[in-house]
Write a new protein. Sequence first.
Length: 314
Amino acid sequence: MKFLTYLMLSVLITTGSLVADPGTLNTIKTPAVSGSVASAASKTVVPGAKLNGPSALSTLNSLPVKGKAASTGYDRNAKFGNGWKDSDGNKCDERQDTLTRDMYKVKYKDSKNCQLASGVLKDSYTGTTINWKVNSGSVDIDHVVALKNVWISGGQKLTQAQRVAVANDPLNLMASQASANRSKGDDNAAEWLPTNKAFRCQYVATQVGVKKKYALSVTAAEKDAMKRVLQACPTQKTAAVTPIKPSGKTPAVTPSTTKNAPAKAPSANASQAKQVSPGAYCAKADVGAKGIGKKNGKTYTCKASSTEARLRWR
């Protein structure tokens, strides 16, 4: 009789026909939820490093404001290390660690759970969901502060070891849609932001944390862009970091503005060329002015052509 009563109660509770009181539930074992359902319900992965430190906005205001250093000598592999490193000594490189951190429903192709075979990424950059498989090319590991941006914002005064560290720092790494990562290139926050506006606060706050940790600067335009984003989320935190002390050489820096000397708009005769998009229209005030291509670093002039009267960067 006791067995039949126990069996009936179990069936009723399982089907939702009976709401048992807490005391009864303590004596009755309900069936376990299936693995796939439990995984989906119990694990929501937010890509990126944890930001549980000080205010991102106040940290941004503590960063030095300088012009970009010359990119001369930049070589990704030579200056930041060739290939991914195992920074935490767990015998998995930082690419695999980042994929594991940022994905869910992950499957591995090795016995030590290091080399990922597949996973699902809720891509923060675009807001889309990507069912990723190894060698599919759909997911990249983005350096949130691009390595070339590191180089021109203070990275030249870091040691080789310090540069390898920033290239493999989990704070500066995020799994992202490959096409979004590649559209970003080496741009800073004044030149590129994720299309997923809901993620921009976390994205900028992460960049602020990286720049604070590695004693990097921001340009005046970059700081303005970051501030506009963070003013929309004033409680946003950045990472808790301990700033390093750069131990390398001091690079030559282009003319810059400081926090106490706001940037002035360059005139047509300004000696410091501005960054431009080749082929884009330019203003009459810039006729004859020189500009530097954002992507390729080549020099362009604002002028008309023999076949077109409209002014462009040519």
